[in-house]
Design a binder for this molecule. Structure first.
Ligand code: SAH
Length: 235
């Protein structure tokens, strides 16, 4: 196993909560709520039906499962054993077709199966790893030439500190305290540079907004807090 690009404390945080991945009222509520939005955006670039899709840092499988349900053949990978077990059990219980989960790093899978996937997703994961550029590079080699890679993470600026850490963890209690570390947040320009270096061209970005009063999420052009990037591997 590639044990270098992983923070054991990060995995421990997610493992501790693993049994609650599919409880929509748990700490994972925000991921459940944004899931239809991100899947919808991904599918504006092309339907996933019938495609080979890799979900990097899949956790309990919230996105993996949804992509399989629209007809993709999904492989979810993560390094938190408990989360993968929960993902697998959920697929079994709900009879989700064409989804499988594996404990392997993106870097190791890239060495094993380069160019195997039509689409790679890597959502809300880069801000938890020591070397995000290495994960971006692995995603680029896992996707076929011309294939798409989607990332999402948190921007780094005073507003994202206020919203994603103070607001979400300390005021609204949407996330457990300590979920995110400000220094690991990634500006869109930095993520786009990692992508460029890895041979991925950025084609679009989208920001994710939340209104605490209505408790609703929506997408728009404002990438100042949580955002997604759509990229494409050079053909
Ligand atoms: N992508 C999922 C889960 C996001 S939570 C979703 O958006 O619904 C972040 C996930 O990243 C956790 O499941 C955690 O275990 C995983 N993770 C953290 N560091 C990792 C690493 N180095 N390699 C793979 N997964 C990692």
């Amino acid at each position: 196993m590639n044990a270098t690009n992983v923070d054991p404390a990060e995995l421990a945080k997610f493992s501790e909560l693993a049994h609650r991945w599919w409880d929509v009222n748990s700490e994972f509520r925000p991921l459940h709520q944004i899931n239809p939005l991100r899947l919808g955006w991904i599918e504006t670039f092309g339907k996933l039906h019938g495609l080979q899709v890799l979900d990097v840092g899949c956790g309990g499988g919230i996105l993996s499962d949804a992509m399989a349900r629209v007809g993709a053949h999904v492989t979810g990978i993560d390094l938190a054993t408990k989360s993968l077990k929960v993902a697998q059990l959920h697929a079994l219980e709900t009879q989700t077709p064409n989804v499988s989960y594996r404990e392997v790093s993106a870097e190791d899978l890239a060495a094993e199966q380069p160019g195997r996937f039509d689409v790679v997703t890597c959502m809300e994961m880069l801000e938890h790893v020591p070397d995000p550029a290495s994960v971006v590079k692995a995603c680029a080699s896992l996707v076929k030439p011309g294939g798409r890679v989607f990332f999402s993470t948190l921007n780094r600026n005073p507003k994202s500190f206020l919203f994603a850490i103070l607001g979400a963890e300390y005021i609204l209690n949407l996330l457990p305290k300590g979920t995110h570390e400000y220094a690991k947040f990634i500006r869109p320009s930095e993520l786009a540079a990692y992508c460029r270096d890895a041979g991925l061209q950025t084609s679009a970005s989208r920001g994710l907004q939340y209104n605490p009063l209505t408790q609703r999420y929506w997408l728009d052009a404002n990438t100042s807090v949580n955002y997604m990037l759509a990229t494409q591997r050079e053909a």
